[in-house]
Design a protein around this ligand. Structure first.
Ligand SMILES: [Fe+2]
Length: 484
């Protein structure tokens, strides 16, 4: 298991003082020892990432791996502690640096770095980069969340899921990066454990231990389009099943605890998550809330880890998480309450039914929707992954309008697709739109409306295919889903 939080040293800078940054404390005993930076080839092959923004900070991530495909899963790093410096600036040229610090990382966490700078200004764009052993990482863009309750004019959020490396090219990630959203939601199946490679090398055999999962994550990050998507904005990530194994759910806790521990450890090491998500025993704390001023609150759910028996008395979130969620609705002051989660939420009759979705936990679903209607929630929006098909769904409870579900298709899983637009037909009239090409979802929230653009890639079997918007929908504040 990893050593818990590594030492962070904040170094004051003149630039920070001049830029009007908030005052922050000098370290009580600034370290004077020489930095531990062995001679290395370029260790920044996996890129950088940021995540979980708050009004005064954001997680900065990288992992040192001069040889990402190293057999032992340790990226070609020596088995010793290494100091990695990070810096955050107001400008892309890093002439106005507002924070600097150093993290010491070790082989226990595959030389991953999770820095959690604080003291940043709310609702601001920043740029960050890392440095070690004479190498400078790529620079990337991130941003802080607005102050609690502050008015926000607009927020652009991209959502993506299901990026099976072997199934095709990550053109969707490149297009998502070009759209320059403020925030990216990743809704699960960040990678696949499968060894299938219909279009590209999936990255070796199916992983079952820590070495295997680390190598699979590193292989995923070898894709430049994915690295570009990480570099454009902070991400809020939740997992689905393939980060461990196809269709796993809470009930499998005891079946393969070593594999579960390995997958969770590697997931934490490679995602821009806060220390609250350091795995403990068989668990990894992933459900959490991120507020975006008075405009939106993101309730990021984990529908895999805590499932309690199916049926109306069962819960897909587990009862603790459900209570946490309903409490969040009760205290909501946001224009939009957004659930970022894995599996299909809306009811569905006929062929489309999949047994591991909310359909098998109808009581759970009703309690969540009742929670919206019995609380100050103004507009409820569920953002969903897993389906590999874009959907726009109206959500109702006992014939009362309750909210909207927008399902993003896969980045690559399922291959090119292309049977075209459709809807849910007579059996599922609340399913207003379906499109089975690959792509991602681009949304724009304002106090008066939510706009959703369903983005599709013409094909993923070839690199660089054209990307277009296949359909757009609008939800006015307090209103119903309408095709734009
Ligand atoms: Fe998937």
């Amino acid at each position: 298991m990893p050593a818990l939080p590594r030492r962070t040293v904040l170094l004051g800078t003149l630039a920070g003082a001049l830029s009007g940054a908030l005052p922050y404390p000098e370290p009580a005993n600034p370290s004077r020892r020489a930095p531990r930076q062995p001679s290395l080839p370029d260790p920044f092959t996996l890129g950088v990432a940021s995540g979980d923004p708050s009004p005064d900070g954001v997680v900065l991530w990288t992992r040192l791996a001069p040889r990402p495909d190293a057999e032992d899963g340790l990226g070609g790093m020596p088995d010793r502690p290494v100091d990695v410096e990070w810096e955050i600036a107001e400008d892309e040229a890093f002439t106005r640096v507002v924070r600097r610090g150093t993290e010491t990382t070790t082989a226990d966490v595959a030389h991953s770095v999770h820095a959690e700078p604080a003291g940043l200004a709310p609702d601001r764009e920043y740029f960050y980069r890392f440095r070690t052993a004479g190498h400078l990482s790529p620079a990337a863009r991130t941003r802080t969340a607005p102050a609690p309750g502050a008015p926000v004019a607009a927020l652009t959020v991209a959502a993506a899921s299901c990026a099976k490396f072997g199934a095709g090219y990550f053109t969707a990630y490149r297009a998502l990066a070009d759209d320059a959203p403020d925030l990216v939601l990743h809704l699960g199946d960040y990678f696949y454990e499968s060894d299938e490679g219909e279009v590209r090398d999936p990255g070796g055999p199916e992983p079952t231990d820590l070495t295997g999962y680390r190598r699979r994550h590193a292989h995923q990050r070898s894709d430049a389009d994915l690295r570009a998507a990480h570099a454009v904005a902070p991400w809020l990530v939740v997992w689905d099943d393939h980060e461990l194994v196809n269709n796993w759910a809470g009930g499998d806790r005891g079946r393969s605890p070593d594999r579960r521990r390995a997958a969770f450890q590697a997931y934490y090491e490679h995602m821009p998550l806060r220390r609250a998500s350091v795995p403990r025993g068989l668990d990894l704390q992933l459900f959490r809330r991120v507020a975006w001023g008075s405009l939106a609150t993101f309730h990021m759910l984990d529908t895999r880890q805590y499932r309690a028996p199916r049926g109306s008395g069962g819960s897909i979130t587990g009862l603790d998480q459900e209570r946490w969620l309903l409490n969040g609705f009760r205290t909501s002051g946001a224009s939009w309450d957004v659930l970022g989660q894995q599996v299909f939420f809306a009811p569905r009759s006929g062929d489309g039914h999949k047994s591991d979705t909310w359909e098998s936990y109808a009581g759970s679903r009703e309690r969540v929707m009742a929670g919206w209607l019995d609380s100050p929630v103004r507009n409820a929006v569920v953002l969903t992954g897993d389906e590999h098909v874009h959907h726009a769904n109206e959500l109702t409870l006992d014939d009362r309008p309750a909210g909207t579900e927008l399902v993003t298709t896969s980045v690559t899983s399922g291959g090119d697709g292309g049977d075209g637009d459709g809807d849910g037909g007579d059996e599922n009239p609340h399913i207003r739109y379906r499109e089975d090409r690959r792509g991602y979802l681009l949304t724009r929230f304002t106090p008066t409306e939510l706009r959703a653009d369903f983005r599709v890639v013409e094909q993923v079997s070839e690199p660089g295919a054209p990307v277009r918007t296949s359909a757009s929908f609008v939800v006015p504040d307090g209103g119903a889903l309408t095709r734009a």
